[in-house]
Design a protein around this ligand. Structure first.
Ligand code: CA
Length: 600
């Protein structure tokens, strides 16, 4: 019996959306292993004789409870009405319309069917094309390199000392300029800089002036020099914008502190009770968290909005910055972000807007606000499997599939896939210092769709517990850098940049139930196929991987064909070892793609 209570589809979001100006994706969910085939019947709403077609849907992902199916449709007149025909394993046939389930096809066209009214190009969510191919590197400017001792803060500590919440080491923009060779050599194509505007702290999330570069980091001219030098190398630059709150030294807030309710800036903030003070640990005004030095900005106030949008525009227009990473993005009103997007894209349509949101982010990803969000759910899936050892390969595959099904494809293509940051424990520390284990996590990150981001220093073996320990000074002494780890990052980034298959959506996990910690997955596009086998356990593993016999797999380094006997590939892997197999695939072979074999 088809379990109708598990069947889900509704118009919009991840269920029916425009992937491009001509292509719609239609998806439906069913109970896992419960439905044998689904046909999508569709046509023009005004006259089906002028356009109609029936498409067999592809099961593109499965998690622990459900199968997810997708069809790609190019409606001739950009309008589509549709319904589904669900085939059970025992010959049962059920039709799903907008108005319900039936055992017979619809008697009349249009009424009660699902409707995608019109594919309007301006409504298509289109992240900048460069983002999908970028490899990001995150820099915490105070700790990357001190290129100019003349701008050092007072009491600057010797480079490499122990970070505390309040100390300074003198890192600056000149230091980044001095080390661009390091980034180019690694294969980086985009930088994400933590805040660089004037502020009092070492992290600069308490903005004092949105129009000035912090003097400890340099000047506007120095930032321009950095941006130009990066662009000359094909590296984009993303700034961190803190628009949810300001710092307590922000002039309008200081005016409110001085004049109270009489200040002309009183409405720039959310004051719950005068005077401004902290009572029992709770500020009398809204802040970021309960942090008194970070008053929340009233972004609905037209003056506040004009000021912040002016700053957003200025750095893009005047300095050629390539976009914004937006701090605490989900606590700011949606209207502000819609205006923010219009403002920035008007200056540079290719500018990239990345929201910091740690949870399900669909409300911000309809194409009218952010291009992408920081993919912390991905981070946690990877850490739970590789670092924390809480899940099996099958559970990991289900989590990844579940997330892929939850978002439109163009969003998955640009998910900002980080494994650590200034806000988390460093990856190597989470892996208990096990470099081989860390490599497996990085290998998955760099071979998965979305935009990978390397947190500065991870590539040479920097470790660190939570803030402030995760913000150590970058290690520049080659003798103290882990050169073998660096070589691994460099090689994997190069592999990703060489093969679009590692950035596209072709993905299937291959189950090897007798080895619960063995992660096996294929990645492909029309040109290439890869098979990745990762041994996430502390024991040697010998196993036969199920494989299609007609694929000429070879090992990546040797280009020697791997033996394929009776449709299996024998593999022996050391503890935390991995194998990468490669097969040049023609378009026909890509057609056989294992979409339908996803995560059994
Ligand atoms: Ca300095």
């Amino acid at each position: 019996m088809i379990r109708l209570e598990a069947v889900h589809h509704r118009m919009g979001q991840n269920w029916s959306y425009a992937y491009s100006s001509t292509v719609l994706h239609i998806r439906i969910r069913t109970a896992k292993h419960n439905v044998a085939r689904i046909d999508l019947h569709c046509g023009d709403k005004f006259d089906a004789t002028k356009y109609n077609e029936t498409l067999v849907m592809t099961r593109f992902a499965s998690d622990d409870l459900f199968d997810y199916w997708q069809a790609e449709v190019s409606p001739r007149f950009r309008r589509l009405v549709y319904y589904f025909a669900l085939h059970g394993h025992d010959g049962e046939l059920v039709y799903m319309l907008e108005k319900g389930f039936f055992h017979h096809p619809p008697a009349v066209w249009y009424e009660g069917l699902f409707d995608f009214p019109f594919l309007n190009e301006t409504d298509v969510h289109t992240p900048p094309a460069w983002v999908k191919d970028a490899v990001f590197y995150q820099i915490f400017p105070e700790r990357f390199a001190n290129g100019d001792p003349s701008n050092d803060p007072e009491d600057v500590q010797p480079w490499g000392g122990k970070p505390t919440p309040t100390n300074f080491f003198g890192g600056d923009l000149q230091g980044i300029i001095d080390h661009l060779d390091h980034l180019s050599d690694l294969g980086i194509t985009a930088l994400y800089l933590n805040p660089v505007f004037t502020a009092t702290t070492n992290h600069k999330y308490d903005t004092s002036d949105y129009m000035q570069v912090d003097p400890h980091f340099g000047t506007k001219e120095k930032l321009k020099e950095l941006v130009d030098a990066c662009h000359a190398r094909g590296i984009r630059v993303l700034l961190d914008g803190v628009f949810n709150h300001c710092g307590h030294t922000f002039a309008p807030y200081q005016d409110v502190v001085a004049k109270g309710p009489e200040s002309r800036y009183a409405d720039w903030f959310y004051i719950r009770e005068w005077p401004l003070q902290v009572k029992d640990g709770i500020p009398t005004y809204d802040t970021f968290s309960f942090e008194p030095i970070m008053p929340k900005l009233n972004t609905a106030n037209p003056e506040v909005k004009a000021y912040l949008l002016g700053a957003a525009r200025y750095w893009i227009e005047e300095l050629g910055v390539d976009g914004w990473r937006l701090d605490v993005a989900n606590e700011v009103d949606h209207q502000f972000w819609r205006d923010f997007r219009r403002t920035v894209k008007e200056v540079n349509p290719e500018a990239y807007l990345l929201g910091e949101i740690m949870h399900d982010s669909m409300p911000w990803l309809h194409g009218d606000q952010f291009d992408a969000v920081m993919n912390y759910p991905f981070t946690n899936f990877v850490l739970d499997f590789f670092a924390r050892r809480l899940t099996t390969a099958a559970q990991f595959a289900q989590s990844i599939n579940s997330q892929l099904a939850n978002y439109p494809q163009q969003i998955n293509e640009v998910g900002f896939n980080l494994l650590d940051s200034h806000d988390t424990v460093r990856l190597l520390t989470l892996c208990d210092g096990n470099v081989q284990l860390m490599k497996l996590a990085v290998l998955f990150q760099l071979t998965f769709q979305g935009t990978p981001c390397v947190y500065y220093g991870d590539e040479v073996g920097l470790d660190g517990e939570y803030d402030p320990d995760n913000r150590k000074c970058m290690e520049w002494d080659p003798a103290k850098q882990n050169q073998e780890l660096y070589a691994f990052f460099r090689k994997m980034i190069a592999l990703r940049r060489t093969h679009p298959a590692l950035r596209e959506s072709g993905l299937s996990f291959i189950a090897v139930p007798e080895q619960p910690q063995l992660l096996v997955y294929e990645r492909w596009d029309a040109k290439d196929r890869f098979l990745f086998i990762l041994n996430n356990s502390d024991e040697e593993v010998s196993v036969a991987i199920p494989a299609k016999p007609n694929v000429p797999w070879c090992t990546l380094d040797s280009e020697t064909a791997a033996p394929v006997e009776q449709g299996t590939i024998p593999v022996t892997l050391a503890p935390y070892g991995y194998e990468i197999l490669y097969a040049p695939a023609d378009a026909a072979m890509a057609e056989v793609a294992a979409y339908s074999e996803a995560a059994e």
